[in-house]
Design a protein around this ligand. Sequence first.
Ligand SMILES: [Zn+2]
Length: 450
Amino acid sequence: MQITFAGANQEVTGSCYHLTTSAGSVVVDCGMFQGGRYAEEQNAQAFPFDPVAVDAVIITHAHFDHIGRIPKLYREGFRGKIYCTPATNEIAMLTLRDSVHLLADEADRTGGEPLFGSEHVEPLEQLWQVIPYNSDFAPIPGMRAQFADAGHILGSASIRLEADGKSLIFSGDLGNGPVPLLRHAECFVGADTVICESTYGNRVHEPGQQREAFLRDAFVQNAKNRGVLLIPSFAVERTQEILFQLHQMHKRKEIPVVPVFLDAPLATNVTEVFRNHAELFNEEAKQVLGTDGDLFNIPGLHITETADQSRAIAEVPGPKVIIAGSGMMNGGRILHHLRHYLEFPTTTLLIVGFQVEGSLGRRLHQGEKRVRIHNQDVTVRAQVLSCGAYSGHADYPKLMQWLHCFQGRPPRHVYVTHGELNAALSFSASVQEELGWGSSVPSFGSQFSL
Ligand SMILES: [Zn+2]
């Protein structure tokens, strides 16, 4: 078996791996490069393998940096099956359909060509094969595969593959449990080779309990200031997590009723997928669901669909809360709210997720006082708060804990991916020192025989 590293190497986005066995070829994840200076060129670049010859694609989870180049793969001739969990399939199609408009708008602005259109997304509907956690399946003859819950977003999985007498495990993105809705990442039995993410391979998050206090304090303070609380939120998981937490706080009467605008059509649709897959929630969330019936409804919630409704939010006086995408502030409706409100000291910007290098979110997180949004200079007078505890990714101790699962049958090698260079190198060194296993950080396009 041979592996080619085709994305998220020494960086966080663009996840993609190509495997060849005696029976065929498989791609694991096919994500978009995002945020960085060269992202656009990287996405336009040819795959380091032949898309026509790919027999199957296996997807760890529905984040855009893991699925965003599937339509490009289709455009370039791929016609095989796409394997994932049921929730991943539903969220992936919502996300890909949503991205068609975003890519078209961007192409209009820049005069370029969109990477794909709906003619490359809709036919995918025929290719999905959904497989629940912990059941064996054969993506190609002679290959056995299995998904295990990765605890990262709804439907997220780690993957174990076996072919040609060799076994390997892809961590996928690993969750930062315990979190409000999801279960912990599951363990697999060992494998010869492990491919492990390292987004936060060199840091320790604040304890998870701090999330709730952080959100509650910001919400209450904003109500007192009669200000605007802006929450740029990822459509999948983070939005639902925040709605669920606000739901709980209302129940305990810890926060006042303030208009909360969910100004993110994709997040609204994804919330429906969550409602339909309550079987994937952790025990605590299932219990609350049993008594409350709906985890995502809160007093004062307004769901905006159209662009006109989105603009009309500006006419509502504070205090108010606006939850909008994109989570890294490099597109979406959050931009017009930022342009409008960042210059007021009564505005609070709450950063609740990873901000990739090069994104507007990263610059605001680093304290830049002057930013450019929609060709307009904006002076930042708003209070910018961020909470690492909100991360959807395992930190260094949790990544190590997941690797410890394999101690009974140590892998021969751990390839460290999906992390900026410093994080990946530091994590790879820790794997060598603490576990005594071989480890390295592959570069884009590198190939290894397993
Ligand atoms: Zn992810």
